[in-house]
Design a binder for this molecule. Structure first.
Ligand code: SF4
Length: 254
């Protein structure tokens, strides 16, 4: 049974005796940096691995069908290249996606893949301060409203409107079951952290048991739930909508 639409990081074993390792790939970009030689490590693993390499819908990678005999070999290479433990990242980062945006996509209005890692570092300060390091929150950023990284289904979504400016969406369902709602329009990049700081602090202090961030944003009144697609641009309560339409049509209010 599916209980979410995220990836299960780390090793899992299947009934056939094989193992499968899901690795976090930030922004879906496989490359080497001085501190993290991901590309080189995966290249060495691909030379010896006789199972599969699978891409996930969340921009991550599964080294699949690792036999018991091969597992020590693969584990040795993962350790050698420092790519064995995705859980050293915050749950916020592990659940973040971005589209390629600038400079790859000709439709981009703002940065996404190149900017999101540093924004996440800023937001992780809030997350750590409020004791939420291990609480998964879906966060997605795109460089334009085409939404290729599905920001309109995230609990926190950023959609590029112009260089350095983003529409901020809140209230999507953690499991992808509800669209988000526009919270603020064209927010400058340096105003994102202060905008979200009080909401994240309230979430840490006031959430109910097991309550997801997107659900809390709705219960706390930051946005109204999008219950059907036609409501996507409607950010006032349905009762208020009825009253408004009654006023416009000249009917008496209840
Ligand atoms: S969301 Fe826009 S900027 Fe990002 S990849 Fe899609 S079309 Fe390009």
């Amino acid at each position: 049974m599916f209980e979410g639409n995220g990836d299960r990081f780390g090793w899992v074993d299947d009934p056939n005796g094989n193992s499968h390792l899901t690795i976090f790939v930030q922004g879906g970009r496989v490359l080497d940096t001085p501190s993290y030689p991901l590309l080189s490590g995966l290249r060495e693993i691909a030379k010896v691995h006789d199972g599969d390499m699978r891409l996930t819908a969340n921009q991550n990678l599964i080294i699949a069908n690792v036999s018991p005999a091969q597992r020590p070999v693969i584990t040795g290479l993962l350790d050698k290249y420092g790519i064995s433990d995705s859980h050293r990242h915050s749950a916020l980062r592990l659940n973040a996606l971005s589209c390629v945006a600038l400079p790859t996509c000709g439709l981009a209005l703002a940065e996404a893949e190149r900017y999101l890692p540093s924004l996440l570092t800023e937001l992780e300060e809030l997350i750590e301060h409020n004791g939420l390091r291990h609480d998964a929150i879906t966060l997605r950023m795109t460089g334009c409203p085409n939404g290729c990284a599905r920001p309109f289904l995230a609990e926190i979504g950023f959609v590029g409107r112009a260089p350095g400016r983003y529409n901020v969406y809140l209230g999507g369902g953690f499991a992808g079951q509800r669209l988000a709602k526009l919270y603020r329009d064209s927010v400058p990049a340096d105003a994102i952290k202060p905008l979200l700081a009080p909401i994240i602090a309230r979430y840490a202090q006031e959430r109910n048991d097991g309550e997801r961030f997107g659900d809390f944003c709705i219960r706390a009144g930051y946005v109204v739930a999008t219950v059907q697609g036609a409501d996507f641009h409607q950010n006032i309560h349905p009762d208020a909508c009825a009253k408004t339409s009654n006023i416009e049509s000249g009917k008496a209010l209840p």
